[in-house]
Ligand binder design. Structure first.
Ligand SMILES: [Fe+2]
Length: 243
């Protein structure tokens, strides 16, 4: 029997979240079967690494959705805190992996199963409710006015002209920011590649650790740029609707 049985009550109704949760569950099950059939530490470590990368990618997906759907600041903070706690616990397990026993591996897998079940049922479902509400509101259609309508509805024509002028200036700046973000993302991406090469070719451990830290910072930087770009796209769309 699989350690993590998927149940319909874990569905959030948000396809990108549910599909990724199911991949995480199957990775945990794969790892559980592997270690209990024949304990192979090296292979277990490999799948553990795969699980970590996928979990981090999944967290980034959820965090992008939080930014895209303007999640409440308090809920956002609480959700991010859980993701960061999981990441740090996962890394500390990996740091001691050399000496891990089969029993300890099973304890870690039970912990991951409980953590994910609890996380999905509480914080992920809360986020999903918010996204459902936002999507519902969007599908009901927002009212937006053309420039001419703005002029017609404004208290004075002078005020409307001033609003439209500001709108055009903002659109111009937001266009420039979009190009800069694209260039920044390409720079960090290239930096990350160089860090990767340095980690692999480093001969002393101090340099190797420094390169690995730089690589991790690049990953974090890329995540931030993606979040900013997602906010930026949202702003650009909102401005275009106003025109
Ligand atoms: Fe989450």
């Amino acid at each position: 029997m699989a350690i993590f049985e998927w149940k319909s009550e874990y569905d959030t109704g948000i396809a990108e979240i549910d599909n990724q949760h199911m991949v995480l569950v199957s990775l945990i099950n794969e790892l559980h079967i592997l270690v209990n059939e024949k304990f192979d530490r090296a292979l277990a470590e490999e799948i553990f690494e795969k699980l970590k990368k996928y979990a981090f990618f999944h967290f980034a997906t959820e965090e992008n959705l939080m930014a895209q759907y303007h999640y409440d600041a308090h809920d956002n903070e609480a959700h991010l805190a859980q993701h960061r706690q999981f990441e740090s616990e996962f890394k500390s397990v990996q740091a001691d992996f050399e000496n891990i026993t089969l029993e300890e591996c099973n304890v870690v897998l039970s912990y991951l199963t409980n953590w994910l079940t609890n996380h999905i049922c509480k914080v992920d479902k809360r986020l999903a409710d918010h996204i459902h509400q936002q999507r519902q509101a969007e599908s009901e259609g927002s009212t937006h006015y053309s420039s001419a309508e703005l002029v017609a509805q404004s208290v004075t024509e002078e005020e409307a002209i001033s609003v439209i002028g500001s709108l055009h200036i903002t659109q111009k700046h937001i266009g420039n920011t979009g190009e800069m973000l694209e260039q920044l993302e390409a720079c960090i991406d290239e930096l990350q590649y160089h860090c990767d090469v340095m980690v692999q070719s480093a001969s002393d451990s101090v340099f190797s650790n420094m390169s690995a830290t730089a690589h991790y910072k690049c990953t974090h930087g890329l995540k931030l740029v993606k979040l900013i770009r997602s906010n930026h796209e949202y702003l650009k769309d909102a401005l275009n609707k106003l025109e």
